[in-house]
Design a protein around this ligand. Structure first.
Ligand SMILES: [Zn+2]
Length: 118
């Protein structure tokens, strides 16, 4: 086994670049725009864009009722569910309103990034 030392220098961020490390406190920054496109939701930060299918959001709702349903076998999600509205929650997340009438789940930005695999 060759244990080569990691000689990779720290990345140099050019002046004016919008780079920022993952997991920084800036993860709490609200997106500039939230675009509700029916079957999907697009959240846009200066340096990142998340696109999440409405059904994925609905299936991963973290409200008490959905977490209980998930623990008891799964949340039933209609295939054509859409996000019909979004209410900012204290700057750290958003509450989505779904076309099936559900609107109790709060989705922190960090949770949305995790759902999107970002
Ligand atoms: Zn829920």
């Amino acid at each position: 086994m060759s244990a080569r030392p990691l000689a990779r220098p720290a990345p140099i961020v050019a002046a004016g670049a919008k780079g920022r490390p993952q997991g920084s406190k800036d993860d709490m920054t609200p997106p500039r725009t939230i675009d509700l496109g029916g079957a999907r939701v697009t959240l846009q930060w200066e340096d990142a864009t998340l696109v999440l299918p409405s059904g994925v959001l609905r299936a991963n709702c973290q409200c008490t009722a959905c977490r209980q349903a998930a623990a008891g076998g799964g949340v039933t999600v209609r295939g054509d569910v859409e996000v019909t509205g979004a209410s900012p929650i204290g700057g750290y997340g958003v509450q989505f309103h779904f076309s099936d009438g559900h609107e109790r789940g709060i989705f922190p930005w960090t949770y949305l990034r995790r759902l999107a695999g970002a």
